[in-house]
Design a protein around this ligand. Structure first.
Ligand code: IPD
Length: 285
């Protein structure tokens, strides 16, 4: 494994460089990944449901977030914390850690391999479009694959630099997407997808938004779009995609976020954005 170079200057006496923050994000994600892998080996059950009966949380999601919360407080006292499963902690340093303790919880429940621990550190308000993601790690515990990124430094998979695939015509584009948990939103998402399916090479649904985005970064799918992403679904993997050369955006000139996230090489994203806007993919449920 090669060590990514640190090209980012330290921005203040107490502020680590982006590369140092990336190393910490990786360390925390690997620790949570070990916990998640051990939890999966012991067997997994649904602990609770959230927005709908299919939106589940397991005891391992909760334990993984608790561990990340504790480690952030130990390593970076004063930094804020925003996670999928617990209370927010506001920041007194200007930095906030945005984490998904398991992205792809349904895959985790079924022992399918595509789930991830996603750890990002952002400056500013921890809100998509407002934040600046400084460093991140997306770890897939099932096989240990580790994607990292630091703003201005680059994106890496297991320490090797990665870049998005070159843009292809839409008809040759392998497109990843995902669906929300609300039945009405899903109906709408299905209608939009039905219109796109005849226009692209094929469609993939991995069940983890973070994995979708880092696979765009790796050039293993060409592009991705989804409505309804939460900050923790987006933060870590969006930086990996951007540092690998992808555009990550919303529709109608908006930044990527809950209404819509589109990612891929610039020309592919431009074509997809036009199609999604025509179909009002960001409007409605
Ligand atoms: C979900 C996954 C899924 C995506 C959903 C997300 P969760 O996250 O990323 O791929 O389609 O929009 O909510 O609930 O497994 O953390």
């Amino acid at each position: 494994m090669t060590t990514p170079p640190d090209l980012t200057p330290t921005t203040g006496p107490d502020r680590p460089s982006n590369a140092e923050l990336m190393a910490l994000a990786e360390r925390l994600a690997r620790e949570a990944g070990d916990l998640v892998r051990a939890g999966r080996a012991r067997g997994v059950e649904v602990a609770a449901t959230k927005s709908t009966v299919v939106d589940v949380v397991t005891a391992v999601d909760l334990a993984s977030e608790e561990l990340l919360r504790r480690r952030v407080a130990e390593h970076r006292p004063g930094d804020g914390f925003l996670g999928e499963e617990g209370d927010d902690v506001s920041s007194s340093t200007g930095l906030t850690w945005v984490v998904d303790p398991i992205d792809g919880t349904v895959n985790f429940l079924y022992d399918l391999q595509s789930y991830a621990v996603a750890v990002a550190v952002v400056s500013g308000e921890p809100t998509p479009g407002t934040w600046q993601v400084l460093a991140s790690c997306v770890l897939r515990p099932s096989d240990g694959t580790c994607w990292t990124a630091a703003r201005g430094v680059g994106a890496f998979r297991d320490g090797e630099r990665i870049t998005v695939a070159p843009a292809r015509p839409l008809a040759e584009t392998l497109l990843a997407t995902g669906f929300g948990y609300d039945p009405e939103r899903r109906r709408h998402q299905g209608e939009v997808l039905a219109g796109l399916l005849p226009l692209v090479r094929d469609v993939r649904r991995t069940g983890s938004a973070a994995i979708d985005l880092v696979e765009v970064a790796s050039g293993r799918v060409d592009a991705y779009y989804e409505r309804g992403l939460q900050p923790w679904d987006l933060a870590a993997a969006s930086l990996v995609a951007q540092e690998a050369g992808a555009v990550v955006t919303g529709l109608r000139g908006e930044p990527a976020g809950a209404p819509m996230t589109v990612a891929g090489p610039p020309e592919t994203v431009a074509a997809l954005v036009a199609l999604l806007e025509e179909r009002a993919a960001d409007v409605g449920p």
